[in-house]
Structures are given as structure tokens and as C-alpha cells.
Design a protein around this ligand. Structure first.
Ligand code: AMP
Ligand code: MN
Ligand code: MN
Ligand code: MN
Length: 287
């Protein structure tokens, strides 16, 4: 069994449709693939339809942008009811915050002599639930300002750079609870990747587990081998579920090919069992 629990389509900042993504997952020999677009379930139905034709199992998930101790952190929410009102409300706030800051990013870049417009950015996020920095980055590539997304982030769009603008993100503790109330389970995405990890060592993880956190993504391209070993030890000590995944973004991220990291079948089974036992919201079915 080959299981990849973290991938993106063009409903957020991946570059392929959910259908194309599921077909590519089948071709890559994956038995299970989770669609984890940022802060949206917009691709779930299309992915489920495509899955029926390929024999690959699609796990519905969303990668929710949260904050912890003042730093951004991403939370993978597997199998939540996407119609649960508190979840819908928070996702709307996040998506609106992301969309709402694009004009300001564009304005700041224009002040630095870059001839970018909100229309050009919008074209790059045509199918996305909200326009984010990756779409700004793609517009900058089109303009020839940078060669690829990573360069746009490094030089212009990351905190401290000229095009950076903060946006709304809920506290991760609060989001863990909402997802659990929505019948889902949560896994901290790449917790030590591209960020100061001092708030997410053993103590920090233990506190999040007390709030209901189920697992931690250990095998991820943004974690060096020694970080993976340390994180795995923390997960073992706390008995958190351990996952591994590609964080595939189509052509939007290099070195994140489907199945480049995978999740052990017994860990996937634990996640499924814990989700099956999670509280379900009153009167709502699960997608
Ligand atoms: P936003 O939601 O608009 O703040 O954009 C965040 C998204 O941009 C993340 O989810 C990543 O997929 C992507 N991203 C963040 N940092 C980088 C980077 N250095 N290079 C490429 N993509 C990045
Ligand atoms: Mn992304
Ligand atoms: Mn992420
Ligand atoms: Mn991701």
C-alpha cells in the first residue's frame, strides 16, 4: 500500500485540476491520496468522482492556515464535515483575509517598480478558492521579474520582504477543536519546515495533543533527515500518529513529486479509526 496524505490541486495553489491530480496519483502507483487544498473543500467532489474511475482512494482533507505562539503553522484536517458552521465560518475568514490582501501586495510591489496588477494575479488563480501569494509569484514569473515561485517568495513575498502583507489566521488550538467537533482528525503539517521550531518541541506538541491533536507529519521534504529522526522520537514518546507525504503542488513546487514520502499503512489505519470515533456534528452527514 502506497499512501500520500498531502497534495494540492488548482483549487488552491497546485497547478492541476483535482481530476488530473487523482489520475496522476494512480499513475504514480498510489493506493491512497489525500487532497489537501489550503483552507477549502472545493476540490473534494471532483476528486471523489475521478477516484471512482481509477481505483485510487481519495481522502478528503484541507490544510488550514493557523498560528501558534505568533508563528504561522499549517494544520491538516482529515475527514471533517465541511458544512459544520464553525468550520465554514473560520475558513471563510481565512480565505477572505488571503483574498483581501492581494491589492495591498500588488500596491507594494508596484511601489518597487514592478508592473503587476490584481487582474494578472487573478488570472493565475482562476480556479482557486482564494488568491494567495503563490498566484502573485506566478504572475511575477510571467512578467519575467523572477524565474520561479521560490525566488518570488525569497526576494519579495516572505516576511520581511517588500511585498509581504500579514493576514488573518486562527489559533491552532481553536482550529484543532473545531475540526474534532466537525468529526475530523488533525495532523500538524511540516511543523519544523521553514520556521523557527522552538514553540513546537516536545512540550509544545504535548500541549497541542491535550487540545486534541492526532498526529504529526514527519516525512516531508522541508525536514532534513536529522529533524525527521528527532520529530519521530517526539511523536513516539507522545504516541502521536506519524505521517509522510509529498505536499505535491503540480508544477508549483520542485522536488515534491507524488509519493516522494509516504505514510505507513498502520499509521493511516490509526488515523481512520480515530476519525471514525470522532464526535460528529448534530444532524450533519460526512462527505
Ligand atoms: P498565502 O496563503 O498567500 O500566505 O501563501 C502561502 C502558500 O505559499 C503556502 O501554503 C505555500 O504553499 C506557498 N509558499 C510558502 N513559502 C513558499 C516558498 N518559499 N516557495 C514557494 N512557495 C511557498
Ligand atoms: Mn501551498
Ligand atoms: Mn503547508
Ligand atoms: Mn501543503
Amino acid at each position: 500500500m502506497r499512501i500520500d496524505l498531502h497534495t494540492h490541486s488548482d483549487r488552491s495553489d497546485g497547478t492541476t485540476s483535482p481530476t488530473e491530480l487523482v489520475r496522476a496519483a494512480a499513475e504514480a502507483g498510489l493506493d491512497v491520496v489525500a487532497l489537501t487544498d489550503h483552507d477549502t473543500a472545493a476540490g473534494w467532489d471532483e476528486a471523489a468522482e475521478a477516484a471512482a474511475a481509477t481505483g485510487t482512494t481519495v481522502v478528503p482533507c484541507m490544510e488550514i492556515s493557523c498560528k501558534h505562539a505568533g508563528h504561522g503553522v499549517h494544520l491538516l484536517a482529515y475527514w471533517p464535515d465541511p458544512t459544520y458552521p464553525p468550520l465554514v465560518h473560520e475558513l471563510r475568514r481565512i480565505l477572505d483575509g488571503r483574498d483581501g490582501r492581494t491589492p495591498q501586495i500588488v500596491e507594494q510591489l508596484r511601489a518597487h517598480g514592478i508592473d503587476i496588477t490584481t487582474e494578472l494575479v487573478a488570472r493565475h488563480g482562476r480556479d482557486a478558492a482564494a488568491i494567495g501569494r503563490p498566484h502573485v509569484a506566478d504572475a511575477m514569473v510571467t512578467l519575467g521579474v523572477v524565474d520561479h515561485r521560490d525566488e518570488a517568495f525569497d526576494r519579495w513575498l516572505s516576511p520581511g520582504r517588500p511585498g509581504y502583507v500579514r493576514r488573518y489566521a486562527p489559533a491552532v488550538e481553536e482550529m484543532i477543536r473545531i475540526v474534532a467537533d466537525a468529526g475530523g482528525v488533525t495532523v500538524l503539517a511540516h511543523p519544523w519546515g521553514r520556521r523557527d521550531n522552538s514553540d513546537l518541541l516536545l512540550d509544545g506538541m504535548a500541549r497541542l495533543q491535550e487540545h486534541g491533536l492526532t498526529g504529526v507529519e514527519v516525512d516531508h521534504q522541508d525536514h532534513a533527515p536529522e529533524q525527521r529522526a528527532q520529530l519521530r522520537a517526539i511523536a513516539a514518546e507522545l504516541d502521536l500518529v506519524v505521517t509522510g507525504s509529498s505536499d505535491h503542488h503540480g508544477a508549483g513546487k520542485v522536488d515534491h513529486e507524488l509519493g516522494c514520502n509516504t505514510t505507513a499503512p498502520e499509521q493511516y489505519e490509526r488515523l481512520r479509526e480515530l476519525a471514525a470515533g470522532a464526535t460528529r456534528p448534530r444532524g450533519a452527514g460526512r462527505a
